[in-house]
Design a protein around this ligand. Structure first.
Ligand SMILES: [Zn+2]
Length: 519
């Protein structure tokens, strides 16, 4: 069996095959060896010995290389080394038990998976490696050097949420994470920043510690507060305001007066939020079906069962209405209303509608008549709409996201709470100013407007922005943001979970900062 082509630069002496292993015996054809101390070659052989290495597997067989190696005498008088062994740097390191290519493969496996998972997977690739070895491979891998950064972003990440935090630093130009360490204190950040006078801009959240560290370590660098965090700050302030103005468990009961729009349909009642969402899906399914898109494709795209898609295609009204059947007297409303107006007695109306097929009791009719008399115009009676505080929050940021029922409830609330309109205008203006970022004076005007508003929470937003004014102004004028760093913070979370939250900072640093070689 000729396997020489798999081992260039070696003479293949013998190949031994067993059921799950291939033993390859190799020897260098060259006559001399190079002394590692003085770099002179020597042909004076001292002795032979066998070196055993595990190589990348072949098929399902593990491959063991048996290298017939030589020891040489060094003939240089001045050299301190008398005897040396021949080296094969392209194939293996001194004392290594694995070939370089196997080690490289295992290292990539170690960076892809948690050590335990890699250890379970490795035997399927013909090698048995312990979890500890995988951890050692991660730790011993030298990280690729990075060029001195100019624009960086920093953010914190939780080592133990609420207790211990670390800091992640990314080069925003090369989009690479370049620093990860425990702690988010001024001292820790200063220590990292100190060796890099090249840094010109730093994006960060509103942390005072970070601001102080950057000011002290790199006083010339521009600080840019992260725009997402500004939005987050406004959003949190709105949450506080909502909780203060609409206290309770999170649902605001809004009394909605009679609605003419629903009166024409006797079966109608307001859809709940979930029903409204479902009805929108049903309408989407029907629209796609009308366009000739197949049931199976709709089912695939919307992740719905095919039976469900078929059912949705046949529906004509929201599903809730099928379950909550209308009042049994409702079908006779058009007959009853004129009689009520004429002052006809309940008994007579009962007789009339019985003749038309009404089969329920007299008391059911009386109950219905009581409701009709309470709203003589024939409209549906006033009802209480449960509007969640979260939906009200959603409305402030994105009014079009509300269902028609929710919008009606918000209208009522706006009449009752004028501050709701004030907040709405402030949020809308804030969004516009931050989205376009072309007119700085108009943003300054917004901050003034917030300061002068009647809402303490919005006044606080203004105070907060003014306290970090330069960084806020830079956020307005420069395109850089912390988005990339936030993305890598999410990556840290994934890696931590993959390792069951047991990774030490040094291991995390290796895994997060590791750069995959290009193939
Ligand atoms: Zn030597």
């Amino acid at each position: 069996m000729n396997v020489s082509c798999l081992y260039p630069g070696w003479d293949c002496l013998h190949v031994g095959l067993s059921l799950n292993q291939m033993n390859v015996y190799l020897q260098r054809p060259s006559l001399d060896g190079v002394c590692p101390s003085c770099s002179h070659s020597s042909e004076r052989i001292h002795s032979y010995y066998w070196r055993t290495l595990t190589d990348t597997p072949m098929g399902e067989r593990a491959v063991i290389l048996h290298l017939r190696c030589r020891k040489f005498f060094c003939r240089q008088q001045a050299c301190s080394q008398r005897i040396f062994t021949e080296r094969h740097p392209a194939w293996c390191h001194p004392y290594a038990r694995k070939t370089n290519r196997l080690r490289s493969f295992l290292t990539k496996l170690a960076f892809s998976l948690a050590a335990e998972a890699a250890s379970r997977l490795a035997p399927f690739y013909g090698v048995r490696v312990s979890a500890d070895t995988f951890l050692a491979l991660v730790r011993s891998e030298p990280l690729r050097a990075f060029q001195a950064p100019t624009v960086i972003g920093l953010d914190d990440w939780a080592m133990k949420k609420g207790h211990q935090y670390g800091t992640l630093i990314c080069d925003l130009e090369t989009k690479r994470p370049i620093g990860l360490f425990a702690g988010r204190t001024t001292e820790a950040v200063k220590a990292w920043l100190a060796p890099y006078p090249s840094i010109r801009m730093v994006t960060r959240d509103g942390s005072r510690e970070y601001a102080k560290a950057i000011t002290e370590a790199r006083p010339d660098a521009l600080q840019i507060t992260d725009r997402w965090h500004l939005f987050h700050h406004v959003s949190r302030s709105i949450d506080h305001w909502l909780k203060r103005v609409f206290p309770g468990k999170g649902t605001i009961s809004v009394l909605i007066a009679s609605s003419t729009s629903t009166a024409s349909d006797p079966t109608s009642r307001p859809l709940t939020e979930k029903e409204e969402q479902k009805w929108q899906v049903i309408q989407q399914v029907q629209a796609q079906h009308r366009q000739g898109i197949s049931i199976s494709r709709i089912s695939r795209e919307l992740s719905l069962d095919r039976k469900t898609v078929r059912k949705y295609c046949s529906l004509r009204t929201p599903m809730s209405h099928a379950r909550h059947r209308s009042h049994s007297v409702e079908p006779y409303r058009s007959v009853i209303l004129p009689l009520v107006k004429k002052g006809v007695s309940a008994t007579h109306i009962f007789t009339v509608i019985q003749a038309l097929g009404y089969q329920k009791s007299f008391s059911t009719l009386k109950d219905f008549l009581a409701r009709v008399r309470a709203s003589p115009a024939g409209h549906t009676s006033p009802h209480v709409f449960p509007l969640s505080r979260n939906r009200l929050h959603t409305y402030l940021w994105s009014p079009s996201a509300l269902s028609s029922q929710e919008a009606a409830a918000v209208n009522v609330l706006e009449d009752q709470h004028p501050s709701l309109r004030e907040v709405k205008v402030l949020v809308e203006t804030f969004q516009q100013r931050m989205q376009h970022r072309t007119d700085w004076p108009s943003f300054e005007a917004w901050v003034q407007q917030a300061a002068q508003s009647s809402i303490p929470e919005m006044q606080n937003v203004s105070t907060y922005l003014i306290s970090d004014w330069k960084a806020v102004a830079n956020a307005y004028h420069f395109p850089w943001s912390n988005g990339l760093v936030e993305g890598h913070v999410n990556r840290i979370k994934v890696i931590k979970r993959q390792m069951y939250g047991r990774a030490n900072v040094d291991l995390l640093r290796q895994k997060v900062l590791y750069t995959w070689p290009k193939v």
